[in-house]
Design a protein around this ligand. Sequence first.
Ligand code: GDP
Ligand code: MN
Length: 380
Amino acid sequence: MDLYEYQGKELFRRYGIPVSQGRLALTPQEAHQAAVELGCPVVVKAQVLTGGRGKAGGVKLATSPADAEEKAKGIFGLDIKGHIVHRIWVEEASDIAKEYYLSVTFDRGTKKPLFMFTTEGGVDIEDVAENNPDALAKLHIDPLEGFQPYQARRLVYGAGVTDPGEQKQIVSIIGKLYDAFVGCDAMLCEINPLIVTPDGTVKALDSKFTVDDNALYKHPEIAEMRDLASVPAQERLAKEKGVTYVKLDGEVGILGNGAGLVMSTLDVIALAGGKPANFCDLGGGGDADGVVEALEVILTDPDVKAIFFNIFGGITRCDVVAEGILKALERLDIAMPVVVRLDGTNAEAGRKLLADAAPPNLHVEPTMLDAARRAVELSR
Ligand code: GDP
Ligand code: MN
């Protein structure tokens, strides 16, 4: 789960990482009020779950409350890489002498958290990684030993920070960022820019914070930060119904049981010359109601022209899935073609149920490849 800048900064604050005072605004009037409370100048910042806001015109300096309101008017509704701005963070403007970059994420190769730090921070960090990788100092943390300050000192000296005051503050921030990373079960904590003000104070001017979805149950207060409006309607519905759903850009809707089978179903659709519109994983269960709910999710996708049910019965019983399919066809009044391949436990019984009911738009195929070909053909 990705957090907005202001939410990430709230977590930074809890872990003692210095950030500026700010207020959330949902209307230009609230931005005006925030600027009054904070005192000007302020920065007016679009809150969207993507980077590059500065370059897209989503970060503006304002010199008065009226100016903040005006700037906010221009930013609300802005489309930044497909994300529409509905929230604005108004924060006390900082004077910037230097812009550094600091992040911690997982290095899956070494199976350790990895810190990256460079004095060449700011909006063009991707260029630094590509064109000047030596400027990016790296540090792996052994998860069993935990964070050791001497390692952070090596990172900071290695990146060429020579001012002792800066060194001290950054080393402390690295330790706190590691605490936040571990404490929140994060996948990524990034500060870009980590600024140094003209009087030598170091603080986080931006935040990118991603928390592991699988750990959210341990952090109800972070789970609550999720902005449902930022999740596409279908994914929201899928989540409510407890089905795994992923949107893709083709025409065939895919339902399978188990991640491995679903992945190979995507391949076989491609092999048959088609493109998946989405996929739903029923998981290991696949009772009749589960099938109905998954179909409901898939049907809300207007791109779907045909549905491919690919079921391999292990614990899942094919006759139960067949009942679910028939129930769904009846209850949801589905007119579009549904292609079914059933194999494994009780496949015979399942196929018989489908053959006996024989709805006109239902096509039962004997193999996965036959079914994929049929689904692709029917989606045209
Ligand atoms: P991003 O473009 O989405 O990464 O948004 P940031 O929060 O990093 O802001 C982009 C840039 O705006 C920063 O690199 C700064 O140069 C500038 N900026 C943001 N806040 C302030 C501020 O308080 N004062 C000044 N002078 N510039 C700021
Ligand atoms: Mn940034």
